[in-house]
Design a protein around this ligand. Structure first.
Ligand SMILES: *Cc1c(COP(=O)(O)O)cnc(C)c1O
Length: 375
């Protein structure tokens, strides 16, 4: 079927919806009946489920991954003159959140093998930031494509420099290091429920995780305009960062299949790793379990490969064509530093279809197409 009429989705949200549609419609109807569109029961229920799933003491849902990052930085007190270290090879929101929270993003290069924040370059970036008169405040590693960053090494460097770690886990919900799931690997973790993420809703959504009671109280306040004892007493400057009850209801249904989906993503990833020969695959260190938000690899002659795959009806994506230090609005934050690995990755990275419902026939077709193009 794929050979004659290839119509391969990059991420197949329809397959999952087909599986869950009756439950999702029932969950939405229940919210419509209740009339509690804001902070309804499903919001609290989802927070309990998310905490249980991750092993974090507290989970707090919010309006997007970006607002989760902004809220995390507000909670940890980012202010003018503070340096917040972010990888330059990431989605723009990681650095954008720093600026929205009032800090200065300081870019860090990534590793060639894992594509994640490079601890050696982090040390250099800290020295550079101090020379610029900035105060090291936070490190925000990104779990790119679903793989947790090297939090052991990065947390040690952060501690030596009096900094805390915020995990940008927007792509890695469900991932783990050993027996610890993301949500428990930094002072605060931020994730996204954008539809295409490993756990996605039908709109925008996100969540924060922490083991600290104090952080939780601050998160709750910042999420609702810096509220104090009640909504109309405002003790700090916050945002409107709530998650809609309808989205919470949808996520509760989707969580019932999440474990199974993570397992299926892992199987799909293993087949790509085994099957695609002449590409450099993202290195997954021993004991790490990726959530496989994307399956990305490095290829030579990427334009040619993309065109050949397109010819065969196979969609591919480039995450990301421009590292943050090359984005017009952000290049001023990186003057005088260089990021050779991120520059190289942005030239060679290529993502192929990845989702739990990718059948083995279609995947075999993609693998064969990759191998014949790369040969
Ligand atoms: C998706 C994403 C975000 C932002 O999440 P939204 O829910 O789209 O706001 C932040 N960081 C990374 C690495 C992401 O992939």
């Amino acid at each position: 079927m794929t050979q004659n009429n290839p119509n391969i989705p990059f991420i197949d949200l329809a397959a999952q919806q087909k599986l869950l549609r009756p439950q999702i419609e029932a969950a939405i109807s229940k919210v419509l009946d209740s009339g509690h569109y804001i902070m309804g029961q499903e919001v609290t229920d989802l927070e309990a489920k998310l905490a249980e799933f991750t092993g974090a003491k507290h989970a707090l849902v919010c309006s997007s991954g970006t607002s989760a990052l902004v809220l995390a930085m507000m909670v940890l007190g980012v202010k003018k003159g503070d340096a917040v270290f972010v990888p330059t090879f990431t989605f723009i929101a990681t650095a954008e959140a720093v600026i929205l929270a009032g800090g200065t993003p300081v870019m860090v290069d990534v590793r060639k093998d894992t594509f994640l924040m490079d601890d050696e370059d982090l040390k250099k970036a800290i020295l550079w930031a101090k020379e610029q008169g900035l105060t090291p405040k936070l490190v925000v590693p990104v779990d790119l494509f679903g793989l947790a960053a090297d939090y052991d090494k990065i947390s040690a460097i952060a501690k030596e420099n009096g900094m805390q770690v915020v995990c940008d886990a927007c792509q890695s919900f469900g991932a783990a290091v050993g027996n610890k799931r993301i949500g428990t690997l930094g002072a605060i973790s931020a994730t996204s429920f954008f539809p295409a993420k490993p756990l996605g809703c039908y709109g925008d959504g996100g969540a924060l995780f922490t083991d600290s009671d104090e952080n939780l109280e601050l998160m709750k306040s910042f999420r609702v305009h810096g509220m104090g004892a009640d909504r109309y007493e405002n003790v700090r400057i916050g945002i409107n960062g709530r998650l809609d009850t309808i989205q919470a209801a949808i996520l509760l249904v989707k969580m019932t299949v999440l474990e199974d989906e993570l397992k299926k993503r892992d199987e799909v990833a293993a087949k790509y790793r085994e099957g695609i020969k002449k590409a450099i695959h993202q290195h997954i260190p021993q004991g790490y379990k990726s959530a496989w938000a994307q399956y990305s690899m490095l290829v030579e002659n990427r334009d040619k490969v993309q065109a050949a795959l397109k010819e065969k009806g196979i969609p591919t994506m480039i995450y990301y064509p421009l590292p943050i230090h090359r984005q017009k609005a952000y290049e001023m934050f990186a003057i005088g530093r260089e990021f050779p690995v991120s520059d190289m990755l942005s030239q060679k990275i290529l993502s192929v279809p990845m989702h739990p419902y990718l059948d083995s026939e279609t995947q075999g077709y993609i693998i064969d197409a990759m191998n014949s193009t790369l040969a």
